[in-house]
Design a protein around this ligand. Sequence first.
Ligand SMILES: [Mg+2]
Length: 235
Amino acid sequence: MQNLNTKKYKNIYFDLDRTLWDFETNSEKTLQELLIEYFPEKKDQFKKLLSVYYPVNEKLWVLYRKGLVTKEVLRTKRFTESLKQLGINDTEKTIQFGNDYIKRSPYQKGLFPYAIETLEYLKTKGYRLFLLTNGFREVQVVKIAQSGIEKYFDKMICSEDAGYQKPHRKIFEYALKSVNAKKAESIMIGDDLNTDIAGAKKFGMDCIYFNTVNKKHDIAVTHEVNSLKELQGIF
Ligand SMILES: [Mg+2]
């Protein structure tokens, strides 16, 4: 059913990671492949690897965001620390494991349910679709090509193009200006309250919170969905 209030939109900006491209599933698939390849004797401990990797990775990301560790340290240490808990102490092989993880993850094709169907629907309806991502361009181009969604988008705007990351208002400003879009005719869809939603709101642009985990919050959003299919009811 078409909602008359949303007919004004012409431009839809999508976040990529965890909104269309299923980051967790793709990451886990890569980790499992690498574990089997690098340490086949440990392949039965994949579940354990995940249970140690997630907290270790998260802890290092926090340190990285605070500027307390470099990207290189983050990328290596998350694997040396987690694999150590599986009894793996081969540093050289672990570093290679980490490098391969970075290289291979973007080639995974996992999307959220209804991603293709919904993009197809929106495209047929005549909306201009864009990607607005904080990820690195060289990585994101691989993801959208491999997962088959590149053709739906008129343009992908990466934070490095704008020189600012979401939630900074300047990346939103850049994203509109670079495709000649009006703020009042544009809407942002994303899974992250701190970047996609906070950024759009600060900039004064409508937003849709993609809340797959039913996270509790008290932030006012234009719309909230927990499946991409619901977008077909909004647009
Ligand atoms: Mg995201």
